[in-house]
Design a binder for this molecule. Structure first.
Ligand code: SF4
Ligand code: SF4
Length: 89
């Protein structure tokens, strides 16, 4: 497993219909995101949500931020890697 160089935050007040959108899941070249659910709500797709399950794969390409129609994704490169943007995988 590689090091996590980018902190990926999803604003769930903006991303409210992940099951209908999934653009970040489709666009990310390194497959950082999945759509998932918690134990109580697994049966109802309205409650499914995006999770950056593999942040260590992020190459800081910014495609997810650009494609997100809700402006719900925030990327922050960790301090020690900031001089090396873009991050190499
Ligand atoms: S910045 Fe690029 S690699 Fe990182 S999560 Fe977004 S789309 Fe994936
Ligand atoms: S692209 Fe944005 S709005 Fe669409 S599922 Fe991903 S985080 Fe949610």
């Amino acid at each position: 497993m590689g090091k996590i160089k980018v902190k990926i935050d999803i604003d769930y007040t903006k991303c409210t219909q992940a099951q209908d959108c999934r653009k970040c899941v489709q666009e990310c070249p390194t497959r950082v995101f999945i759509i998932t659910f918690d134990d109580e709500n697994y049966h109802d797709p309205k409650h499914w949500f995006i999770h950056p399950v593999f942040p260590q794969f992020c190459i800081n390409c910014n495609l997810c931020v650009e494609i997100c129609p809700k402006n719900a994704i925030n990327l922050k490169v960790k301090k020690k890697y900031r001089k090396k943007i873009p991050i190499e995988s």
